[in-house]
Design a protein around this ligand. Structure first.
Ligand SMILES: Cc1ncc(COP(=O)(O)O)c(C=O)c1O
Length: 592
């Protein structure tokens, strides 16, 4: 371990040494020669109580120069301690600084600011004098009661957000059965009421029985509640036409994100040319690039083929792997299917090719299948990696290591706030799996209400049960509406000269190619912005439409895109698309 690695000093006894107005704290040394043991209570650190201490004697305590420099405190004139921050932009974990997450990046922050500006103007000292109409507490008191808040003038009255795959935030209604069971689990007194169907009550009783103390407020087993993992295993078996699933290989997670990051943590190690490399698609969902940056892994890009509806291309996989092997140790291949941000559904042939490739190249497969029910296009079908793996025969099913991920956040549920998810691991080395179980136990357990919800997703009402008809009606309505909006988005975008949109076969996004005039590219570069960021920012400022620039997901050099969700309600989606169309034409003219 390198000498500059930061150590965390845990509470024990700590020593402070005073030198003039400067105090250095350091702790953990029980037998410090200075002999000044302080409890950490600031009031004890009164200069007159401690003799002046020459800095050399601090070295005796065994604390390095660097450590002292980090924790220096100064006494200000009025006797208050002002302390240099231990945690500064220079001393913080550098890998965190490399993390980027476009889905909630600068465009979204600006959109939130604009929403606020629309509600209330910026107040200035002058406007305060005259009775400012903002909602800041100081100013509101100056307002006559009848004043209505209104904001700055913009060429639009609301921000329409199509930047994030958050279905409920866009007005999608929850599945009644799910919320009934969750309500019953949260407040079991309701089990005595007549307002809930019997199957919802039975389901809640079953979940509560499996919870510690009969409460969803208790911790669960770290891998997840037993009966939920069993239900997940049965669901996977049904989904995959009977391919067996061992509940011991199922881990319930805090959304799919948690499972993905946990798996990457297990995979990443090494230094220099032996550092772990992980292959991810470009464009990609930025959780992957962010997690790899945070873990200090090498991101290996493989490009999806836009001309062939964002399919995976074997020769591209091969060349990107060969190139990566020159400078890192490629260990894993991640696939998102159906795709985010590109909205494609990979064919069965493509999945077979990828599995064969992974087997040949000894790569661990990570299959992100959170959109497994979001398939809209005719002729497209979701094929799980696990099913295809087993259908390829024992040469593959006994050897290829696979982790696949699912979530309560997407599909027809859209319940991303509950943070439910699972991962299944296949052919994982037993010792590694023991490490995985240990790793998840450190964080105790995923949210129990999220686990309960995952259970309902994999064990939904069956024909003959009281809730079945309503459940099916709601599920079908949500998925049909998404399919309609997917089509509408593709059709309207393709009517705009300079925009080309692949069919939205699945998931919740379109990722159209936009041609940008040279002049706008130059102007963006002069401002230090990616050209599609420049475009999206202008779109936001001029129309109130919030999209994410393609550069946040990665794209081939010289191509530009934006990602747009298909989630806004149909009337808003139509307005949004019409505004994008108008804006694109205006933008093109302006910069031509
Ligand atoms: C491809 C993909 N994987 C994982 C996630 C994370 O989902 P969760 O909310 O389950 O963590 C998302 C969220 O948008 C996603 O699009």
């Amino acid at each position: 371990m390198s000498a500059s690695r930061i150590g965390l000093i845990l509470p024990s006894r700590s020593v402070s040494v005073l030198n003039g107005g400067n105090v250095w704290f350091f702790g953990g040394g029980a037998q410090d020669p200075a002999g000044y043991l302080v409890s950490g209570v600031r009031s004890m650190l009164i200069p007159s109580l401690l003799p002046p201490f020459p800095p050399q004697s601090i070295a005796l305590s065994g604390v390095s120069e660097r450590r002292r420099g980090l924790a220096q405190e100064k006494m200000t004139e009025n006797g208050v301690f002002s302390r240099d921050k231990v945690l500064t932009i220079d001393t913080m974990n550098p890998t965190v600084k490399n993390v980027e997450y476009a889905v909630r990046g600068p465009i979204v922050q600006r959109a939130m600011q604009i929403e606020k500006e629309l509600r209330e103007p910026n107040c200035s000292p002058k406007s305060r004098l005259f009775g400012c109409i903002c909602s800041h507490t100081q100013c509101v008191t100056l307002l006559p009661k009848s004043t209505t808040l209104k904001g700055v003038k913009k060429p639009f009255t609301e921000v329409i957000k199509a930047n994030i795959g958050d279905a409920h935030a866009m007005g999608q209604q929850p599945i009644t059965f799910f919320r009934q069971v969750l309500a019953l689990c949260s407040y079991p007194e309701l089990l005595n009421e007549n307002m809930f169907p019997e199957d919802a009550k039975n389901r809640a009783r079953r979940i509560l029985q499996a919870c510690g103390g009969g409460s969803v407020g208790a911790y669960s087993a770290s891998q997840g509640i037993d009966c939920v993992r069993q239900d997940v295993a049965r669901y996977i078996e049904r989904r995959d036409g009977g391919v067996p699933c061992d509940p011991d290989n199922v881990y319930l997670t805090t959304g799919a994100s948690d499972g993905i990051v946990t798996m990457l943590k297990l995979l990443v190690c090494g230094e220099g040319a032996s550092r772990t490399g992980v292959m991810i698609s470009i464009p990609q969902y930025p959780l992957y690039s962010a997690a790899l940056a945070e873990l200090g892994a090498v991101q290996i890009n493989y490009y999806l083929n836009e001309e062939k509806c964002w399919s995976m291309d074997l020769s591209e996989l091969e060349s990107s792997l060969a190139e990566a092997r020159k400078h890192c140790n490629p260990k894993a291949l991640c696939i998102i299917n159906p795709g985010n941000p590109t909205g494609q559904v990979q064919s069965r042939q493509c999945i077979e090719d990828v599995i064969r490739f992974a087997a040949k190249e000894r790569l661990f497969l990570m299959a992100d299948e959170v959109y497994q029910d979001n398939v809209y296009a005719e002729g497209c079908q979701f094929h799980s990696f696990k099913k295809v793996l087993f259908e390829l025969g024992p040469e593959y099913s006994d050897n290829v290591e696979l982790a696949s991920f699912h979530s309560t956040s997407k599909c027809y549920m859209g319940e991303c706030g509950f943070r439910g998810g699972y991962m299944e691991v296949i052919n994982m080395d037993a010792e590694v799996q023991a490490q995985l179980s240990k790793l998840v136990s450190v964080r105790l357990c995923p949210p129990v209400p999220g686990q309960a919800l995952m259970d309902l997703v994999v064990n939904s009402p069956q024909p003959g049960e009281p809730s079945h008809i309503t459940f099916m009606k709601e599920r079908t309505a949500t998925l049909s509406l998404l399919a309609e909006k997917a089509k509408l988005t593709e059709q309207i975008l393709n009517t705009v000269p300079g925009i080309t949109c692949n069919p939205v076969q699945g998931a919740m996004y379109s990722f159209p190619n936009i041609s940008l005039p040279e002049k706008s590219i130059k102007e963006a570069k002069a401002l230090g912005q990616a050209p599609d960021m420049f475009y999206c920012m202008k779109l936001l400022e001029e129309t109130g439409i919030c999209l994410v620039p393609g550069s946040g997901f990665g794209q081939k050099d010289g191509t530009y895109h934006f990602r747009m969700t298909i989630l806004p309600p149909t009337d808003k989606l139509k307005i949004l698309l019409a505004k994008v169309k108008e804006f694109h034409q205006k933008f093109t003219q302006q910069y031509s």
